[in-house]
Ligand binder design. Structure first.
Ligand code: IMP
Length: 428
């Protein structure tokens, strides 16, 4: 058995799509376990760029099995659009499967996500992707959600939709003062999706279990990032699922013994979309420079990402809560050209230096980053193919990060293409 979990070790957008695609080549199965089409994973193969939201990043290898696990919330329309756009580009989806236990995103989830955000004052907004993710997970934990297996049965679906829509329409009309949604329209639309989805639906927990027991290599593709985890992130500025490695087991229907190793993906700096505290955020020209050079605009929403220096406090925390065994560091090429680079090694809070990421947002808001400054490297590095070919100052920067975060570096990504990747350790 050999399996590897890929987790985002910051606030998402760390480059997990590229790393998953790169590692998918040496895997047999790629599984997503949480989130939905709030995720945006960009994969570049030769001169083609693919933007994936729901489909696992292993899809670009025709022989790999790709699974959307039970912990994912699935928007059928978004899924079918993504599948169609892959077909148009000549990518086959014969080996793509969806868990019969995954919850379905309904139109009222999307409407409620938008209304709930827009009804809040600017400083109270979460800054969600408005894809209905939170409301769908709310129904799931409230035990009223509609699952893929329910959608496959016209009668069960009709009953559950009728019950849910009655309740949601009361909220839409009385709380938000908007028009109710029409039952027949949603029912017919979703039955159409059901027919198109049917061929993809399986008991994916059984599938994954059997693949593992037969000795296949399994890659678990994380979405979002550790600091967006509903338990372990910067609550309430988080997503509604568990992007940490713990979420992989419940989100796929496998036990923890199915996991061998955990790779944390980190950017060589830090970014965040949406609201919430961000101690190393750069609101100056350097932040702007990083945003432009790194093309830091959201894959899903197009929003400009907030940019800042590498925060070792955060990544150290991510190493602990995920059980990270090595890290993949991405976008090192973006920093080339900066005269000096900084790493946050602790937070100054009420006159003391703290190294553990605090739970309280009020505390975090008062934390000032304590920086270590290092010389940058002027030369571009995208052509490097071995560790030794990297400029000495880039290597020093990496070594310091590895040391501060108490973990080994396994992969260095120096550009969006598959070839622009340096493997420095044993992965799996
Ligand atoms: P939601 O997941 O749409 O509910 O959004 C909740 C928070 O998670 C917001 O701050 C989003 O910007 C953030 N978020 C959700 N998905 C991603 C992602 O894939 N990358 C980065 N941030 C994300």
């Amino acid at each position: 058995m050999s399996s590897l979990v890929i987790v985002g070790a910051q606030w998402g957008d760390e480059g997990k799509g590229k790393i998953t695609d790169f590692l998918a080549e040496r895997s047999d199965v790629v599984i997503r376990s949480q989130g939905g089409n709030n995720a945006g994973h960009t994969v570049v193969v030769e001169d083609n760029e693919y933007k994936l939201h729901l489909v696992p990043s292993g899809i670009l290898y025709p022989e790999k099995i790709c699974i959307i696990g039970n912990g994912v919330v699935l928007n059928p329309k978004a899924f079918l659009e993504e599948v169609n756009s892959l077909h148009e580009k000549g990518v086959a989806t014969d080996n793509l499967f969806i868990s019969d236990r995954a919850h379905i995103i309904m139109p009222y989830h999307v409407t409620l996500d938008i209304l709930s955000e827009e009804s809040k004052e600017e400083d109270k907004q979460i800054g969600t992707t408005k894809k209905g993710i939170g409301p769908a997970y709310m129904d799931k934990t409230q035990r009223s959600g509609i699952r893929v297996c329910d959608l496959m049965d016209r009668e069960v679906f009709r009953r559950k939709l009728a019950h849910n829509l009655e309740e949601k329409n009361i909220i839409l009309e009385r709380v938000y003062g908007v028009e109710p949604l029409d039952f027949d329209q949603i029912y017919e639309e979703y039955l159409g999706y059901a027919d198109q989805l049917r061929g993809y639906v399986r008991d994916t927990s059984r599938m994954a279990y059997d693949y593992i027991n037969r000795g296949h290599k399994v890659l678990f593709e994380g979405a979002q990032g550790t600091l967006l985890d509903v338990d372990l992130g910067t609550y309430p500025y988080v997503t509604s699922s568990h992007p940490t490695s713990g979420g992989v087991t419940t989100g796929t229907g496998l036990g923890p013994t199915a996991i061998d190793k955990v790779m944390g993906v980190v950017k060589a700096y830090t970014t965040r979309v949406g609201k919430g505290p961000f101690p190393t955020e750069l609101k100056d020209q350097v932040g702007q420079w990083i945003r432009e050079k790194g093309h830091e605009f959201g894959t899903t929403t197009g929003r400009a990402r907030r940019c800042g220096w590498f925060d070792a406090v955060i990544v150290n925390y991510a190493v602990r809560v995920n059980g990270i065994t090595s890290i993949a560091i991405t976008k090192l090429d973006t920093l080339a050209g900066l005269e000096r680079v900084k790493i946050c090694v602790g937070y100054e809070y009420k006159g003391e230096v703290i190294k553990d990421f605090p739970a309280s947002l009020e505390t975090l808001e008062q934390c000032l980053p304590v920086y270590e400054e290092m010389p940058g490297w002027g030369e571009e590095i995208t052509e490097a193919r071995t560790y030794e070919e990297l400029p000495v100052n880039a290597r020093r920067y990496l070594e310091r990060i590895s040391n501060l975060c108490d973990t080994e570096i396994g992969i260095i990504s120096i550009g969006p293409k598959r070839t622009e990747t340096i493997v420095v350790g044993e992965i799996y």
